[in-house]
Design a protein around this ligand. Sequence first.
Ligand code: NAD
Length: 245
Amino acid sequence: MIENKVAIITGGTRGIGLEIVRLFKENGAKVILFGSREETVNKALEYLKNDNLEVDGYYPNLNDFDSVKKTVEEIIAKYGRIDILVNNAGISANKKIEETSVSDFTSIMNLNVNAIFHMIKAVVPFMKENGGGVILNTSSMVSIYGQPSGVGYPTSKFAVNGMTKSLARELAPFKIRVNAVAPGITNTDMVASLPKEMIEPLIKTIPLGRIGEPRDIANAFLFLASDMASYVTGEILSVDGAARV
Ligand code: NAD
């Protein structure tokens, strides 16, 4: 569905991002994953290589626009184009407001919002030059319902939706589609790090009766990245088993 497209996936070393990397590669894309550290990037590349999936990896500092820009330029020098950008790297929070420090709040906003802006700003000129592209952001169901503690996380994901809808309108004349996927509770390290007492009751309320798997979410990204979604832009696609938590 995305044969020979050049795709960058941030936060591609584990969880949802790693599954997007795998699925895009299985569908014929040239995939470049970004991670936060050399060690985790190399580990992911090795793991994929064991399944005969050859992927490239980089670890720019997403919080630093110059670092992002330099890496994007290196990728353009090597591949000549970027067709698909998936902004998936993200961190969550669950502390009450009294326990949330100013720097906790700032680091969530830095990675979940500012880093996406950095990536899009660095990639858009090349997409315009190539006559189009696809930008996909990882939002969350908390971007629709909020959550009872950890205010920085839903705040950041509401911002992701705002960026998605606005840039979809700004970039549509350049044939760049911008969409987001809003996963529900998904079986990754992010959820494993939350207390069981918090997660298990939530899973019981999901109408489809189970937690989402990374492949459930990656499938939505594949659809939105492909020409099957050629008339879809500015959309926040919920993939959450109809969870309302
Ligand atoms: P994860 O913790 O398993 O993976 C997070 C990824 O982000 C990793 O690849 C990591 O390298 C990268 N990352 C973290 N900090 C970084 C930094 N400072 N710089 C660069 N990269 C960094 O999480 P996941 O569950 O796979 O989450 C992926 C995305 O999905 C996130 O945006 C998250 O908010 C969103 N999401 C997850 C769930 C869920 O239930 N798991 C639900 C809704 C949305």
